[in-house]
Design a protein around this ligand. Structure first.
Ligand code: AMP
Ligand code: MG
Length: 404
């Protein structure tokens, strides 16, 4: 058995970011930039008013009340060819370019218009409510970097930078192969000794949530010939993920059968719970992760191994996420030699500190507590007993393909 850290390092080592493709910015959310991006425009491109009001010269409103002559109306999107002289003002609206000669905006709440003149009742300091050209960024500034996963905020920024298209890494296509004589897809005819498959659909949803494209390869019965036939569907995917059949029973065929069919196993068995029988390698040169069949093992291992593998393929740099901690909500016994991932609820204690409370029962077949948990409490190998109140590392379930 190898440690989780060692397993992850071995899994990631051979993986390279996928090729680059050019996409419309309209399709860019969740995608990973393959290049640094420089602004193609200065923002704002000219000094603009930040409010509806009057463009003035600060010196003219140094003493109030002051009455100024209105010489122009400047809505957003329009300009004023002339220049504001002493004692003059321009009616101006948010986003409109500041006229030459003006240096300050008086908001309309502080002024009263009377025909062609405006009476300013409150003074304004030089530069008030003026957004200078380039306040946000200047043409040529590099604002988005290779490896960034684009959030809606990044999309807005790239758009403002006048970039209608972007170069991103191709999305990882993940083949999902479930196994087992006993599993049947939801809604399909089901025999007396069979169960409904949850893994294939949970994994497909997981892959989508990580920004990948799932391809269902079907459910292979526990039969060598059938398994080879189903696995052959992995031709062309970027990552093959199987569930079930990697443990030690006579009906666990994945390792044995596929090894005779182009599978090179890199490692098998990790000192962790759930998920000990996880296998990693390459099947006919396609990276492959063999997940254990228990539904909780499948999803916990997806979080710990499939997600980082997909991120590596998508071009996300390592180590972006800081470690998280919470205060333990119950006493825990000493741990054995496997790293434990305890399904836990997360809440705020009365003092505002995050508190993680592991469920009493930690059976790797039970999906209800998994679905009801907010995080996994990590118990390193041989961790001593931990009393409620101790700070412990946790892993949370991320929200989706991109941060908002
Ligand atoms: P295995 O890893 O094949 O030994 O399976 C371990 C346990 O997970 C067994 O109880 C299986 O019935 C169950 N299992 C395997 N595949 C699935 C699946 N696709 N959906 C739900 N449970 C599964
Ligand atoms: Mg099985």
């Amino acid at each position: 058995m190898i440690s989780v850290e060692e397993a992850l390092a071995k899994l990631l080592a051979p993986l390279e970011p996928l090729p680059v493709e050019q996409i419309s910015i309209a399709e860019a959310v969740g995608r990973v930039l393959a290049e640094d991006i420089a602004a193609r425009r200065t923002q704002p491109p000219f000094a603009v008013s930040a409010m509806d009001g009057y463009a003035v010269r600060a010196a003219d409103v140094a003493t109030v009340p002051a009455t100024l002559k209105i010489v122009a109306e400047i809505p957003a999107g329009a300009g004023f060819g002339g220049r504001l002289g002493q004692g003059e003002a321009a009616r101006i609206f948010t986003g409109a370019p500041l006229p030459d000669g003006a240096d300050t905006i008086v908001i309309q709440e502080d002024a009263e218009r009377d025909g062609d003149t405006v009476r300013v009742s409150e003074g304004a300091k030089l530069g008030t409510y003026v957004r200078r050209a380039g306040l946000d960024f200047a043409e040529g500034d590099v604002l988005l970097h290779k490896g960034a996963r684009l959030s809606p905020r990044h999309v807005g920024l790239a758009a403002a930078m006048n970039r209608p298209w972007l170069f991103v890494h191709r999305r990882p296509v993940v083949g999902i192969l479930s196994t087992g004589d006993e599993v049947v897809m939801p809604g399909e005819p089901i025999g007396p000794h069979q169960i409904v498959s949850s893994n294939a659909l949970a994994l497909a949803a997981f892959v989508t949530a990580c920004g990948g494209v799932p391809v269902g390869l079907g459910n292979a019965p526990d039969d060598a010939h059938a398994l080879r036939r189903f696995a052959a569907g992995a031709r062309g995917v970027d990552l093959l993920v199987s569930t079930g059949g990697v443990s030690v029973g006579e009906h666990d065929l994945v390792r044995g059968v596929l090894s005779e069919d182009g599978l090179a196993i890199d490692f098998w068995e990790i000192a962790m719970r759930p998920g000990k029988p996880l296998m990693s390698g390459s099947y006919r040169a396609t990276p492959m992760i063999g997940l254990p069949g228990n539904p909780v093992s499948t999803l916990v291992c997806s979080l710990l191994f499939v997600k980082p593998a997909m991120e590596r393929l998508a071009g996300v740099p390592d180590g972006a996420e800081p470690g998280q901690f919470a205060r333990l909500g119950r006493d825990l016994k000493p741990n054995d030699r496997r790293q434990d991932y305890l399904r836990s609820r997360l809440g705020r204690a009365a003092d505002g500190v995050l508190e993680a409370t592991p469920f009493e029962v930690q059976d790797s077949s039970m999906m209800r507590p998994l679905a009801g948990s907010d995080c996994l409490v990590v118990r390193p190998p041989h961790a001593p007993a931990a009393a409620a109140g101790t700070m412990v590392p946790i892993v949370t379930f991320p929200g989706g393909a991109w941060p908002l």
